[in-house]
Each structure stands twice: as C-alpha cells, then as structure tokens.
Ligand binder design. Structure first.
Ligand code: MG
Length: 382
C-alpha cells in the first residue's frame, strides 16, 4: 500500500471508529457475551393493502437489538399474515435463540455457525430468523466499521431504482390518489390477479396519468396459463417490464409454459422462498424475487443472488412492509439486483429508523457501518 493510501485508510478507520457504537478492536480479541432483546412494534400502513388473496391495514413487526461489548446491531421481523408468523411465534423463537444459541458463542464473527444453529432451531420461523441474521450483520459490520455493500465488494453507485407499489382498490378516487402519490417514482408496481376486467381497469387508470415503467405482480392470481399469457401480451404493449408470480407457486410446469412464450420476463416470488428452491425453478422462470423475511436474512439472500446468477437467472430484491431496518439490510445487496421493490418503509406511516434513502427513486446507500441505520429515538422508547 502506498503511504498516502495508508494514511487515507487509517484516517477513514479512525473516523469510523469515532461513530457511536462502532470502532476497531485488536486482532484475535473477539471474546464477549452476545445478548439480545426485542420489542413488538405495529407498522401502520398509509393505505389498506389489497392483493389477490387478502387485505390489511397494518403489519405486526418485532424489532431486535443484539449487543456485544459496546457494539449494537439492529434487526427486524415483519409478519404479514400469509407468512404464518405472529408476534407470539417470533418472540418465542427469539427467546429460544437468546437462551439456547447465543450463550454458546462469544465471537460474533462466527456468523455461519451462529446462523446455522439459529436456522436449525425450527423448520420455519423465517422472519424471526431474519431478525437475528440482520442484527448480527449490523453488529459485525459495525465492529468492522464497514457497510455490508462494501464488505461484499459491491459498487454502491450500481443500485437499481425501486418500484413503488400501487395496491388494488375498488374506488377510482383512491386509486387515483395512490397514483398521485406515486408520481415521484421511476417504476410503479401493480398488484393484479383480480380477474381480467379489474386487472385492465388498474392498468388503464395508471396509464391515464403516468408513463413510467410498470412491473406487474399477479400474486398467483391468474387461474390458467392461457389467461396468464393473454394478459402478459396485453401488458407487454403498455410498457410493462416484467411479470411476478403469474400462477400458483406449485404450478411449475405452467410457469415454464408461460415463460417459454412470454414476451416479458417472468419472476418467481411465492415459488422461491429459500436457496434450495432455486435449482428446480431454473428454466421455469427467468428470475427470482429474494426477500429477507422469506429466506432467513442477509446471509442466505447473498448466497441466493450468487446462485441465481450462476444459473443464468435474473435477481430481484423485494420486501414486506418493514421499517428502514429490514429495507436497508436488503438494500446492501441491491447492487447485485436488476430490479428492486424496496418500498416497505415508505408504505409505513410510522417508520422508526433512518437508513437507506431514495434519490429520484434510485436506492441510495449510505456509508454508515453495518446496515446503515439509526433509530429515531432510543430503542427502549420505540
Ligand atoms: Mg410478489
């Protein structure tokens, strides 16, 4: 290293070390107790959220704080009802992590071992696992005094624009209000799968006011492969970029039939939960939608992005309705994604963290260590 580079690096590390909860430690000196606490939190939605299968006005969340020496990492579980998790199931799982896994580890850098043991505690509980995973990544990034996009070797300028979701509503006035609110975005995401007439009404209402790119999520709502392909052709003439989960997740042969004939890329969402799902989806879909709450967190999400690109599949990053904690954690991986749907925090009226921001719709990563978030007030008061 040239002397001037060394001085610059040392100055950067010293500056990072001056940040609260962040700094450098001596080589080989990694022993300390890992302790975790958590707080249930209700994410209030600005609008009721309606997709092909249900409607809701809030999302239960659990915020997690993981501590090691003077370092603090934040994590989050988001529990939309279709995931099958609740505040009770998440807090029970976190209790087990706290009593059965964390006491056996003194070194937070043993991430693979720690998170493998957390994963082995139960078959499902993916959102609860994600909360621990995100908090551990945040903690380790802060010890290293580096953000995860940099640890992973990504260029923070190569982030996609996020789409912003316009949910279905029976009222034209409400849809028009949502369209008005989406006028800043470069990419609109629309939830379809309600039936041909309703689906076309939503697209026509948006196209009457916005000429931005639209991506479509059918949420398994189209009933036959022929119906799906007809809609995809109709959509392809209306500046639509891709189609997410056209039919039921189990219908892989139908997905392959559609993908082979579709003029637009077809992406698996509900069909792709974890890494082990990807090999059988290669060939049936053009890409996968990776979400931290489905796949247990950043560790597996990063592996899934590598596996998908190795199989020639496109990567999309998605989210649930979440605060800036989980959205900023996912955003660390966004330079590896072609498309991003990381609008969960802006769909909330009570986000309680600051983190990743949008600049004209483009994901803008900060240089804070870990996942780059800070609570708006002390954790105990959230
Ligand atoms: Mg989806």
């Amino acid at each position: 290293m040239l002397r001037r580079d060394f001085i610059r690096t040392s100055a950067a590390l010293a500056a990072a070390a001056a940040l609260p909860g962040c700094g450098q430690i001596g080589m080989g000196d990694y022993s300390g107790d890992l302790t975790m606490d958590w707080r249930p939190y209700t994410g209030q939605l600005k609008y009721s959220f309606t997709i092909a299968t249900y409607s809701r006005t809030f999302t239960p969340l659990v915020l997690v704080r993981l501590r090691w020496r003077d370092f603090v990492g934040y994590g989050e579980a988001s529990m939309p009802q279709y995931l099958g998790e609740s505040t009770d199931s998440v807090t029970a799982f976190l209790g087990r992590v706290s009593s059965e896994v964390l006491p056996r580890f003194k070194d937070p850098f043993l991430m693979d071992d720690i998170l493998s043991e957390v994963d082995a505690l139960a078959e499902r509980n993916t959102a609860a696992k994600a909360a621990v995973d995100i908090a551990l990544h945040d903690l380790v990034g802060k010890i290293l005094a580096r953000p995860w996009w940099q640890i992973w070797g990504y260029d923070a300028t190569k982030t996609p624009c996020t789409s912003y979701t316009i949910g279905y509503d029976e009222s034209d006035d409400v849809v028009n209000e949502k369209i008005e609110e989406a006028s800043w975005t470069k990419v609109v995401k629309v939830k379809l799968g309600m039936g041909e007439e309703k689906d076309k009404r939503m697209i026509n209402l948006i196209r009457a006011k916005l000429d931005t790119v639209i991506c479509v999520d059918a949420n398994q709502g189209w009933k036959s492969k022929e119906e799906a392909l007809d809609m995809i052709y109709w959509l392809s003439e209306r500046n639509v970029s891709f189609i997410e989960q056209p039919m039921a997740k189990e219908k892989i042969d139908d997905a392959a039939w559609i993908t082979e004939r579709s003029p637009l890329p077809v992406i698996a969402d509900e069909a792709c939960q974890r890494m082990t799902d990807i090999p059988r989806l290669a060939g049936a879909y053009d890409g996968i939608n990776i979400k931290l709450m489905k796949c247990t967190g950043m560790r597996e999400a990063h592996k899934m992005a590598d596996m998908a690109s190795g199989l020639g599949m496109e990567v999309m990053l998605g989210c649930m309705t979440e605060t800036s904690v989980a959205v900023s954690a996912a955003a660390q991986l966004s330079p590896a994604a072609k498309w991003a749907d990381l609008d969960g925090n802006i769909l909330l009226s009570n986000d309680c963290f600051s983190g990743m921001r949008l600049t004209d719709g483009k994901i803008t990563l900060n240089s804070l260590p870990g996942i780059g978030v800070e609570p708006v007030k002390p954790f105990e008061e959230l």
